[in-house]
Design a protein around this ligand. Structure first.
Ligand code: 5GP
Ligand code: ZN
Length: 137
């Protein structure tokens, strides 16, 4: 499979590795939102958040916390974002699941431009029911 993150995991492509254990690798993003923007990548390939096995997800989140602490400490941050893009429409460009950790600064002009909606009482129940009916733990 021609997956850029699998190649990084196997050290076939260079990367600035911040942390690595048996299951997970964390690297600097090559095109950062802010300098220090990191990625946390499971070593086993899987396309996205919906497909990652629970134990790998646990490992990824654990390493995300470890690396986020290091980024906050080293860059003396007041805040940061963690996020994951899932699906092309959501901005995913590498189809090997990963978390982003990006520093935030005052007035850094990074924002979702959102037009917030409100629910009518009925439609809120409708949406909640739709989702509740599809929960399969
Ligand atoms: P996505 O758009 O899928 O959420 O995030 C993919 C991220 O991987 C992007 O932020 C992009 O800059 C980063 N990226 C893509 N190719 C490489 C690479 O070869 N090396 C590194 N370090 N980051 C990469
Ligand atoms: Zn992969």
């Amino acid at each position: 499979m021609d997956c850029i993150f699998c190649k990084i995991v196997q050290h076939q492509l260079p990367a600035q590795v911040l942390f690595e254990n048996e299951k997970v690798i964390s690297i600097l993003d090559i095109n950062p939102i802010h300098y220090g923007h990191a990625l946390v990548i499971p070593k086993t390939h899987c396309a996205d958040f919906l497909h990652i096995p629970e134990s790998d997800l646990h490992d990824v989140l654990h390493v995300t916390q470890i690396v986020a602490r290091a980024i906050v400490r080293s860059l003396n941050l007041e805040g940061f974002n963690i996020f994951s893009n899932n699906g092309r429409i959501a901005g995913q460009s590498v189809f090997h699941f990963h978390m982003h950790i990006t520093p935030r600064y005052p007035n850094d002009n990074i924002q979702f431009i959102l037009e917030l909606k409100s629910y009518s009482a009925d439609s809120m129940i409708e949406y909640a029911d739709k989702i509740r009916n599809n929960i399969s733990p």
